[in-house]
Design a protein around this ligand. Structure first.
Ligand code: SF4
Length: 163
């Protein structure tokens, strides 16, 4: 969503989706939910609808406006592979990452099964992109190991774990 992110391992955040729903115990202290809910009902604020999931198509082209290379955390305020995000919208987000290739993108998800499935089909065109890092959250063995397996099987050039 902005440059100069306060997240220490990234330069910028980009949120073409806002909001999410909890999927596992690792979501218990979700900073994005806490942040978004603070602004629920604040007219005109980007998080006027709190943490309710919604697409933000007007943000899709934002990386093209950043002329110098950035390390971009994609959807710091959501999960790109949430079931409420249509396949065609995910594809549109990924097409931006492939085109605006002077940036490096970090895509982190807890919905690893959908990541794996789409990388084998609709997102195949992005498999060889070295500027897109695909990652999963590993909060414990019960949830984490499944996600690691999915990520291993995903057709992706660069993979990472958030442990
Ligand atoms: S998946 Fe991520 S963004 Fe979504 S509720 Fe859980 S911690 Fe928050």
């Amino acid at each position: 969503m902005s440059l100069n992110s306060s997240i220490e391992w990234t330069d910028a955040t980009w949120n073409p989706v806002r909001g999410c729903t909890r999927i596992s115990p690792g979501c218990k202290h979700c900073y994005a939910e806490r942040f978004a809910e603070r602004f629920r009902g604040v007219a005109g604020h980007p998080y006027e609808q709190g943490f309710d999931l919604r697409l933000v198509p007007e943000k899709l082209a934002e990386p093209f406006s950043w002329r110098s290379p950035r390390l971009v955390f994609v959807n710091s305020m959501s999960d790109l592979f949430h079931p409420g995000v249509p396949d065609e919208y995910i594809e549109a987000v990924v097409r931006v990452m492939v085109s605006a290739d002077w940036h490096t993108y970090q895509v982190l998800t807890k919905r690893s099964e959908r990541l794996r499935g789409l990388m084998a089909t609709r997102l195949r065109f992005a498999a060889e992109s070295p500027n897109i890092w695909w990652g999963v959250s590993v909060e414990d063995r019960a949830y984490g190991l499944r996600r690691i397996d999915d990520l291993r099987q995903a057709d992706a050039k660069v993979r990472f774990l958030s442990i």
